[in-house]
Every structure is written in C-alpha cells, then in structure tokens.
Design a protein around this ligand. Structure first.
Ligand code: ME8
Length: 631
C-alpha cells in the first residue's frame, strides 16, 4: 500500500496558537486529506515543543512550572485544531515519555558513533530563536541575525555534534535530491550556506534545567532543537512502535515556515545520517504572513485571532483563504478586506451560487430527482478529467494556490456550461432529453467538485454532497468516485441553505479599520512640522576627541559645523574610544541651549541610536559637505 507521512513543526508552548501556526497546520492537513483521498495510508503528525529556555522563561513570568504552562497551552492548540478540522493522526508532546526516551537513545547512539564530544561553548545565544551564534555571525551590537533581538553571552561546558563532518555528505545529498527543499530558491540558499562551511553544533546546556537530561551527565540538558527535531521519528514509533515506524519512516513531507529551514534542511539530515536512519523526502518552507500590512504583533494578533476568524467567516472559508490567497512559499499579507473579497467572489459567487442554481433547476424541471442522461458528459467531463490530472501534479509540488485556481476552472467551467447550454430554453422548448443530459452533467460537475475540494473544505464538501443527495461521508470517499457518471439517476436532491452567505465587504472593512485604529499603541505626542523645523540639525565633522577625565561616559569633541568650530560633550564613552571618532561625519543639534558638563561648556548634541545594550552615533556618508542641514 502507498503511504504518506506529513508533519507540521511542533509549536513552542510559550505562546498561544495564532494565524501563522494555523497556516502551516491547515496546509499539512490538506496534504494529508488529499493523500487519503488518493488511497494512501497516511500518518499526519503535529504537536508541541515544550522544553528549552524560552519556555522556561515564559513559565517563570507567569509563576508556573514549565510543565504547568505546557499543559495549559497544549489544550489551546488542541482546541484550535479541533475547530479547524485538523485530521492529525497523532499529537506529540516533547514531554511525552516515549519521546524523551527516544531522544536519549538517539543521543547515545550518535555519541557511540563518535559524533558527539564534550567541549566548551563560548559564544552568544538568542533565546527567542533558541539559536547559538558566533561573534562573526551576529549583527553589530550583539544582535541575533535572524530576529534582530539582543543575544546573551554564554560560556559553558557543552556537548558538540560533529556537524562539520557532514558538510560534504549533505552537499552530495542535496545534489542527488534537488527537490529535498522546496521552493527551489530556498534549496539554493541552503546549498550556499553549507558551502560556506559548517561548524560543530553545541547540543547541550548547563545553565538551565528544563530539558531532557544528557544520558550519563545530568548536569547537561539536551539542546532544544536536538530534542525537538527527533519528534518526527519518536512519534512515528522509533523505539516503541516498530510497525508504525517501519510503515511510515522516512517522512514524505515536513511542512515548516521559512524561519526554521536551516534546522530542518541542515541539522536534521545530518543528525539522521549520523544515527543511520533514512532521510526525509522533502522539506517545504512556506512564507511569512504579515497582518493588515504590518509585522505580526501582540495587538494585531487579536484582529486575526483564528477563533475569531472562524466565528466571522467559518472554518472552511478560512482554510480556503489561507491556501488560495498567497502562493505557498511566498510571503503574504492577511487582511479582512482580502478575505471578505475572496469569500464573496470565489466561494459565494462561483461555488455557492453554482450549487444553488443547479439544485434550483433540478427541483424546477425534475421535481428534485437527478434525471437520466441520454448522452455523454462531453466537454464538461473532459474538463473534470483534465483538472484532476493537473491537481495531482500541483499537489505533489505543494502548489496549493495553483491547485485551487485550477479547481476553480472546473467551478467556473460548470457555471459557463449552464449559461451556454441554457437549460431554461431547453425547458421552454420542451427538449426533455437534452434538458435531462444537461442537468445531469451540471449535477455531476458539482459532485466531482465536492470531492476535489474536500481536502481543502471538508465541511462544505460534505454539505454539497448532502444537498446533492449523495450518501455517505465524503472523508471516506476515494478518487475512484471521481469517475464521470457516479451520480445515480433517481437520487433525490436536498437543497439546503446557500453554502456561503454573501458578506458585506464594506461594513467589514470599516469595522476592522475602527478596530485597528483603537488597537494602535498609545499615540505619542505629535509635533508639527514647524516645531520640528525649529531644531537645527547639521552635518558636522569630528576633528578631535578626548576622554573627559574622571568620567566613564563623557567624551569631549571638537567639531566643525561648517560655520564654526565648537566643543560638544557627548555621553558615548562606554561605546566608543576617542580615536575611533576622529574624522567621522555626524549629525548634531546645533541650536541646543549650551550646557556645562563636568565643568566643560558643550554647544550642541550628537545624534545617536541607543538601545539596552548598545549605542551607535548616526554617521552620514563622508562625501556629505559639513554644514549641510538635515531635515
Ligand atoms: O519554531 N507566518 O516553533 P514556533 C507564517 N518549536 N507562519 C508562521 C508565522 C507567520 N507570521 N508565525 C509562525 C518553532 N508561523 C519550533 C519548531 S520543529 C521540530 C520545532 C509558523 O512555535 C511557521 O510554521 O516558533 C513557523 O515555522 C512556526 O509557526 C514556528 O513555530
């Protein structure tokens, strides 16, 4: 039997689920349902990542133990997956016993192979990303190159995984499996990254406790990514369910966001190579959602809270929108305007209306009974076959939005077929046999559409089947039923409510705009342009610099402002030494009231960017003349 194993990332429990998590999980669900429809024995895995410093910190902030925090957040994920109709076969938690055991066993196995050694880690750690960085990889000011947040210096004994040893094997693997990472552009990024050289990876920590202990050395806990990645094999049965593991491993598809691609495309295959396990077939890294044109933030999250979206638009409309709106792999923006518009045009107008008018006609012309056709399905049947074939190819590339676009060719094609065959004329002219064929074809088109949309919109697909009078649960259907002619003449249709009621787009947009305005961060005091213009900002060059005696912070500068040379005292001594400043072109507030600092008269102020750990004076390009006004 054909098998298919698909996963989502396991989500951190430091935070409740949001639209980004829903996106990945819906995509994986659609893949799983599509494969089940095609007769694959399918294993669909999702779950939660519960160890690590990030979770420990979040728990502390809420005065909970990490496990208490995890227990409460896991329920939130499970509730949401229920409401989104996620059909996972297993939910893994990294605090599950079988997982912890498997990770320890794999650690030992890799250690026995000689790929783990004890050393000392000295470098920087970004807790939000749970990532180690070397000095050279960081951004200036000790900032994480991925998320831009400050990193923390760590120096501690650590176990290392010999990642460097796998550099060539990885490159060869990528060469042989060019589809291992999709989209293609992401594969290229990974190849370039690996070609730049891989360093051994620190895989244990001693400075906190919330993790799986290193076997034989409980002062160390296993690095959260080493722990987390192995969920894909532990949950598949490694070490506790041999049959399941043999059936499903290797995974066919890991769906993840682009933020965690390096872990999945470099570390993960290297760990598996070392453990002697087969490698997954594909990692698909999808893009990033912004919200109403802005980066997702806590306040914006309410606007797109998945529960709220489900209440306002319905589960299936949300599932459809997520996968239809943006090509899988690219970034996209989530807006209520776009969502309402999509629902009205694709779901209410095209699909809902198709079913509604089809059922109205069968009720009107055949008393609600599917008529016996007297001819073949013709062009519509051919279109259905062509669409089914194309879907296969597109779904194998995880091109969800193109698959839906193609599916809509059939929805629109069936609507067009109604218009061009004009059953109302056939009825008026009493061409009963032709009318029966046309109505049959239309209903058969609807039935096949229901089957094909069922992975994307399982509830609405079921409603379509029910209204068409087709018996049974669509989730149990198989692609054999997509063959033309499956609808039995004589079936009684059961016309119900419109599938997707039309939305008032204008009212929705107005409501969201009001809400966005009120959720903005508290407004800072505004200044008028005239008020700003009172400040004289000019480009000045630093001619001399010296430390102010007995002061840690102050540096005395002599600057050329174009119109004069003057002394400015600046509080930048903790971040700059005097000799680094000479020659720099900077911006000064030239008309600031003079002030005395440590007995020195300062005339002006240098502009600098400051944050909790650092400071940079604002420099202007060297070819800017001194005295130039900054506006
Ligand atoms: O990284 N747009 O967990 P996590 C699209 N525990 N997708 C988004 C998104 C956005 N704005 N925000 C989040 C972890 N996601 C690790 C994974 S796997 C072995 C360990 C989705 O809770 C996207 O799938 O930070 C991203 O990869 C994932 O949530 C990160 O979830």
């Amino acid at each position: 039997m054909k098998k298919f194993y698909v996963t989502t990332p396991i989500y951190y429990v430091n935070d409740v689920p949001h639209i980004g998590h829903a996106y990945t999980t819906v995509a994986a669900d659609v893949m799983a349902r599509y494969k089940r429809l095609h007769g694959y024995k399918t294993f669909f895995l999702t779950g939660t990542d519960e160890h690590g410093q990030k979770v420990e910190k979040a728990a502390r902030a809420q005065s909970k133990t990490p496990k208490e925090l995890a227990d409460s957040v896991v329920v939130r994920f499970q509730e949401l997956w229920n409401r989104l109709n996620i059909s996972h076969d297993h939910f893994v938690r990294t605090t599950d016993d079988y997982h912890e055991k498997a990770v320890q066993e794999l650690f030992k196995l890799i250690q026995e192979k000689g790929d783990i050694y004890l050393g000392e880690y000295e470098g920087w750690y970004c807790t939000p990303c749970e990532t180690f960085w070397s000095e050279g990889q960081q951004l200036e000011g000790n900032l994480c190159p991925d998320c831009g947040r400050p990193t923390e210096k760590v120096k501690e004994p650590s176990y290392f995984f010999r990642l460097s040893k796998y550099q060539d094997a990885l490159l060869e693997f990528y060469r042989e499996h060019p589809d291992f990472v999709l989209p293609e552009s992401r594969m290229n990024e990974i190849v370039s990254f690996v070609k730049m050289g891989l360093k051994d990876l620190s895989i244990s920590r001693t400075t906190f406790k919330w993790g799986i202990p290193v076997p034989g050395d409980p002062d160390h806990v296993i690095y959260v990514w080493f722990d987390a990645l192995f969920n894909y094999v532990s949950a598949a049965g490694y070490g506790w369910n041999h049959h399941r593991f043999e059936t499903f491993w290797p995974a066919d598809l890991h769906i993840i966001g682009k933020d965690i691609l390096r872990f999945h495309a470099i570390y993960w295959p290297a760990f598996l190579m070392s453990a002697g396990l087969p490698l997954p077939r594909r990692v698909f890294a999808h893009g990033w959602w912004t919200i109403e044109g802005q980066k997702m933030s806590k306040s914006l999250r309410n606007v797109v809270d998945p529960h709220r979206l489900i209440e306002e638009y319905g589960t299936d409309a949300l599932r459809y929108f997520l996968l239809r709106e943006v090509p899988f792999g690219l970034d996209g923006d989530f807006s209520h305007r776009a969502m309402a518009h999509r629902i009205n045009s694709d779901l209410a107008n095209d699909l809902g209306n198709l079913l509604y008018r089809s059922l109205t006609m069968v009720l009107k012309y055949f008393k609600g009974e599917v008529p016996q056709p007297s001819g073949p399905g013709g062009e519509l049947a051919q279109l259905a076959q062509a669409v089914i074939k194309d879907l296969d190819h597109l779904m194998d590339q995880q091109a969800f939005n193109r698959a839906l676009e193609r599916l809509w060719d059939l929805v629109k094609g069936t609507n067009k077929y109604i218009d061009s065959s004009a059953p109302w004329n056939l009825a008026r002219e009493k061409r009963q046999a032709e009318l029966a064929t046309v109505i049959y074809n239309i209903l058969e088109g609807c039935r096949i559409i229901a089957l094909l949309i069922s992975p994307f919109m399982p509830q609405k697909a079921q409603e379509m089947w029910d209204q068409l009078g087709v018996e049974g649960h669509i989730v149990e259907a198989s692609m054999d039923q997509a063959a033309w002619g499956g609808l039995k003449p004589g079936t009684r249709v059961k016309k119900g409510k419109p599938l997707f009621p039309r939305l008032d787009e204008k009212a929705i947009v107005e409501k969201i705009e009001r809400e966005l305005a009120s959720t903005q961060e508290p407004q800072e005091e505004e200044v008028t342009i005239d008020e700003f213009a009172r400040m004289k900002l000019v480009v000045a060059q630093i001619l001399q610099a010296e430390k102010v005696p007995r002061s840690r912070k102050l540096i005395k500068l002599l600057v050329d402002t174009g119109s004069d040379r003057r002394t400015v005292v600046a509080g930048i001594g903790e971040h700059y030494s005097p000799q680094d400043l000479v020659g720099k072109k900077v911006v000064i507030v030239a008309n600031l009231k003079p002030a005395k600092l440590m007995g020195i008269q300062s005339r002006g102020m240098i502009l600098a960017a400051t944050w909790d750990r650092g400071m940079k004076v604002l420099e202007v390009p060297q070819n800017t003349p001194v005295g130039t006004q900054v506006r």
